[in-house]
Design a protein around this ligand. Structure first.
Ligand code: NDP
Length: 329
């Protein structure tokens, strides 16, 4: 396993990590989750990602139970959660979601209880909240750090301008700014990481924990000939994802990419993940996996990483047609 420093912070994250989003929502018992987490940990994964909203709080509860059972040394892994969406679903009341001091403080305590831990290494604002002054958010996250409940705070899917505003406010007040952002980054969605955040990487420094490196599985090629039974896109609650993601033009590109992977002698999932972590501004790519076999396969991306030469990446750009165009005056 390779470990990378999370931006300018001292924290080291394994370049491949594990997330529980849809995976834990689909499980009714802890066995498969335990096997997935154990497999990841044995391979050197040291970062496990969660959020209050995943399976309405149950994902944190499951991970808490599994971690308790596995009984790893707490200092050997990094645990995260995120607040913003709340976990009470449709019936949530005004202060049970968002980034107010009230929700962030309460959500953090609830996450600690559900995960059965004394502290979170990383705590994210799962989205920006334009209804709350940024000073309130920065002060609250700083308080949580001072209370020892969290060690670093971050953002997820914030714009570059929102992240910079948080940094400026934090600097003005002499408080901790966000150390990490959790954006989507994959061969379909590149602009934020490659263009929008470039000045932040350059001028401030920022770690990134990438979500959906396989675009929910599309970049494995599993949807090239329809929707396999039991796959994420076949699930009732994820219709919105299917409509957004399974566009014929995208699938045609993936078919071509699969041919290129075959020419290189590697699998498509490992090529897609290796491409993602070949960007030095990526600290870690969070893997989602519903089966141990998937995880074992995806971890092989580390072996494919050395193949990501400029030439190979150019060829991938050509096939996918998604390299962002940058116009500078
Ligand atoms: P991916 O894009 O890697 O998709 C993972 C899914 O793809 C798996 O659950 C599986 O789905 C399928 N898959 C993975 N590997 C293979 C394989 N080798 N062969 C076939 N199918 C495969 O990641 P996720 O979308 O799951 O995101 C990863 C993590 O990122 C989440 O768990 C969560 O922690 C975080 N996240 C954060 C968000 C945010 O807003 N901050 C948003 C979304 C995710 P299946 O078997 O069901 O088809």
């Amino acid at each position: 396993m390779e470990y990378r420093r999370m931006g300018k912070s001292g924290l080291q994250l394994s370049v491949l990590s594990f997330g529980s989003w849809v995976t834990f929502a689909r499980q009714t018992d802890d066995d498969i989750n335990e096997r997935l987490m154990a497999q990841a940990y044995e391979a050197g994964v040291n970062f496990f990602d969660n959020a209050e909203v995943y399976a309405a709080g149950q994902s944190e509860e499951m991970m808490g139970r599994v971690l308790k059972k596995l009984n790893w040394d707490r200092s050997s892994y990094v645990l995260s959660s995120k607040a913003f969406f709340g976990w009470k679903g449709e019936g949530k009341k005004p202060n049970q979601h968002g980034l107010s001091r009230k929700h962030l403080m309460e959500a953090c305590d609830e996450a600690l209880q559900r995960l059965q831990t004394e502290y979170l290494d990383l705590y994210y604002c799962h989205r920006a909240d334009p209804t709350v002054p940024i000073e309130e958010v920065v002060r609250t996250m700083n308080t949580l750090i001072q209370q020892g409940k969290i060690f670093y705070w971050g953002t997820s899917e914030w714009t570059a301008a929102e992240i910079m505003e948080a940094h400026m406010v934090a600097k003005d007040l002499g408080l901790e700014g966000p150390a990490v952002e959790q954006p989507e980054y994959n061969l379909f969605n590149r602009r934020k990481i490659e263009v929008d955040y470039a000045p932040i990487f350059r001028n401030v420094g920022m770690g990134t924990t990438i979500w959906s490196p396989l675009a929910s599985g599309i970049l494995t090629g599993k949807y090239n000939n329809g929707i396999p039974e039991g796959s994420r896109m076949s699930l009732n609650d994820y219709e919105w994802l299917k409509d957004r993601a399974l566009v014929e033009e995208k699938i045609a590109r993936v078919r071509d990419l699969e041919k290129f992977a075959q020419e290189l002698g590697v699998s498509l999932p490992t090529l897609s993940i290796a491409w993602c972590i070949s960007n030095p501004n990526v600290t870690t790519a969070i893997l989602g996996a519903t089966k141990v076999d998937q995880l074992i396969e995806n971890l092989k991306a580390l072996e494919v990483l050395p193949l990501m030469t400029a030439e190979v990446k150019e060829k991938i750009d050509e096939i996918m047609g998604t390299k962002p165009i940058v116009i500078r005056n």
